[in-house]
Write a protein that binds this ligand. Structure first.
Ligand code: THU
Length: 128
């Protein structure tokens, strides 16, 4: 799938964001190695720390459906280019340090960075 199309899916997903506090909608579209797409949105909470970002929502949906191999994630927001936060970078690093991360203000100004660029020398325990 083209990254522009993946970004479009992220952009479309963001309408379901639950954002009564920030009003900042974020949508993510996660592409699996076998070509499936799982979308996610940010879901805020009255206890602010319980908020989950769109990127982690997409990962949680995919992993709970049995997916563990990923190629790319696109992120779109209602407020310009949104880069994954530090918690999401670490969360995603667990599964795919070489993930392509697609961001941009709109589909015509996309930027691709690898997760390793966004989180150099990230932390991961040896898997048993
Ligand atoms: N947020 C995301 O969902 N993803 C990002 O990449 C940046 C931040 C959310 C969390 C919160 O609901 C809102 O954006 C403002 O921080």
């Amino acid at each position: 799938m083209e990254y522009k199309e993946l970004y479009r899916l992220a952009d479309k997903a963001k309408k379901n964001a639950y954002v009564p506090f920030s009003h900042f909608q974020v949508g993510a579209a996660l592409l699996t190695a076998d070509g499936q797409v799982f979308t996610g949105v940010n879901i805020e909470n009255s206890s602010f720390g319980a908020t989950i970002c769109a990127e982690r929502t997409a990962f949680v949906k995919a992993i709970s459906e049995g997916q563990l191999r990923f190629t790319a994630i696109a992120v779109a927001s209602s407020g310009g280019e949104a880069l994954p936060c530090g918690i999401c970078r670490q969360f995603m690093y667990e599964f795919c340090p070489n993930l392509d991360v697609i961001t941009g203000e709109d589909e015509n100004s996309l930027r691709m960075r690898t997760l390793e660029q966004l989180l150099p020398e990230g932390f991961r325990l040896e898997k048993e």
